[in-house]
Write a protein that binds this ligand. Structure first.
Ligand SMILES: NC(=O)c1ccc[n+]([C@@H]2O[C@H](COP(=O)([O-])OP(=O)(O)OC[C@H]3O[C@@H](n4cnc5c(N)ncnc54)[C@H](O)[C@@H]3O)[C@@H](O)[C@H]2O)c1
Length: 264
């Protein structure tokens, strides 16, 4: 389906693995020009090659740590130099280590805040610096249903993801007048289809540290749709929100989680 994204310049952070990978491939199918910013350029390079096969108009990988503002600025400069601007930013990078709050340390809290929240601040600021003068753009941030429901073993992460939901609404209010739309997608548990879809820096590199097979089965059974989320489920929602088809939608938080949360 033509969503009006042909040749648009799209930046996807964390596009090397799992959900980010599927988002890159979703934009590739729309013939977009894609810049992947990831700390793992090797895995991102594999995704770039796949994206070219799936129809991307052009793809580049820029090794980037989103917690470092200078590296983020270099990522955006690279997209502007090569593709003439930035039409879409997908803030996809996220990270967590599942454990009860009483087992966590202040060092772990700082890492979760830096990777999940400061990374979004760095990238959103860099995006607005390009999008506002050019009077248009779309930002989609990947949050989590943990931000809406609260979740055991995800206390700090859920709180930080809730901050992203609020931040994006404020940014939507401040920048709608410049034609910039900002929305949020909240995945539920979203599992890679195969080990090829994740690199060594992915949270899923050792999926045993996330959930056991028994827990996966329980989660799937508990959902209204009775199945686990897959990365392509998230990608569809992101491509839609980034596209002109969603041209009158801003400041929204959309759960893509098999019905895990239902918020009216
Ligand atoms: N998979 C899930 O079940 C799930 C559920 C809810 C929300 N989410 C959110 O969806 C997003 C993607 O999750 P995923 O499961 O695909 O994660 P993942 O760990 O599989 O992939 C994350 C990607 O980001 C990159 N990355 C990590 N830190 C980085 C940094 N500092 N700078 C640049 N790149 C960095 C990694 O190299 C990797 O390619 C995250 O925001 C996550 O919080 C995931």
């Amino acid at each position: 389906m033509d969503m009006g994204l042909k040749d648009k310049s799209v930046i996807v952070t964390g596009g090397g693995s799992n959900i980010g990978r599927a988002i890159v491939l979703g934009f590739a199918a729309e013939n977009a020009r894609i810049t992947i910013g990831d700390i793992d350029p090797e895995q991102a390079g594999k995704v770039a090659a796949e994206a070219e096969k799936r129809g991307a108009s052009a793809v580049q990988v820029v090794k980037t740590d989103v917690t470092d503002k200078a590296q983020v600025d270099a990522l955006f400069a690279s997209a502007v130099d090569r593709f003439g601007g930035v039409d879409v930013l997908v803030n996809n990078v996220g990270w967590d280590q599942l454990m009860f709050f009483t087992q966590t340390t202040p060092e772990l809290w700082q890492k979760i805040i830096q990777v999940n929240y400061v990374g979004v601040l760095n990238c959103t600021r860099a995006a607005l610096d390009v999008m506002v003068p050019s009077k248009g753009g779309a930002i989609v941030s990947i949050s989590s249903d943990a931000s809406r429901q609260g979740e055991a073993r995800e206390a700090v992460y859920g709180g930080v993801k809730a901050a992203i939901n609020s931040f994006m609404k404020s940014i939507a209010k401040e920048n709608g007048r410049y034609g910039v739309r900002c929305n949020v997608v909240c995945p539920g548990v979203t599992v890679p289809e195969s080990t090829d879809e994740v690199g060594k820096t992915s949270m899923w590199a050792n999926s045993d540290s996330m959930f056991t097979e028994e827990q996966f089965e329980k989660i799937a059974k508990s959902l209204p749709l009775r199945k686990l989320g897959r990365p392509s489920d998230i990608a569809g929602a992101v491509v839609f929100l980034a596209s002109p088809v969603a041209g009158h939608i801003t400041g929204q938080v959309l759960s893509v989680s098999g019905g895990y949360s239902m918020i009216g």
